[in-house]
Design a protein around this ligand. Structure first.
Ligand code: FES
Length: 134
């Protein structure tokens, strides 16, 4: 399956990588699409996809733990925010925003993020397909 974006310099190809039910809220699945390893995440029913390569030293980033964002105004004071939206690299624990691919402490450093859609290819099937646009 492929699709060209008409009127744009960017061409993407679409890859059906999972059934919606395979990646429940809070879940993730690492897939191969377009010759790339990509992590697909479900955050509150919305899907996001990141290249499975850490921009720091090349670890398989998407194998890291999914965490909340920890906010602090000073010693002894912290709150957990954005539960399930932060990905911690398994090698050196740098943290990334799953929704953007940007590193938390230095947003210029990022891993590639991809558009994700949910599509139904067969009207008799109730479970849609998660599609990554590479
Ligand atoms: S390789 Fe990911 S933080 Fe170093």
């Amino acid at each position: 399956m492929s699709e060209a974006v008409v009127g744009s310099r960017v061409q993407t190809q679409k890859y059906a990588v999972a059934k919606v039910s395979e990646i429940p809220p809070g879940g993730k699945k690492i897939v191969e699409a377009g010759g790339r390893s990509i992590g697909v995440f479900n955050i509150g029913g919305e899907f996001y996809a990141l290249r499975n390569v850490c921009p720091h030293k090349g670890a398989e980033l998407c194998k890291g733990q999914v965490k909340p964002y920890i906010n602090s105004s000073g010693p002894g004071d912290f709150t957990y925010e954005r539960e399930g939206e932060i990905l911690r690299c398994p090698w050196h624990a740098y943290e990334f925003d799953i929704k953007t691919g940007c590193m938390i402490v230095d947003p210029v450093m990022r891993t590639k993020s991809y558009e994700v859609t949910v599509e139904k290819f067969d009207v008799t099937v109730e479970d849609g397909e998660v599609v990554v646009h590479v």
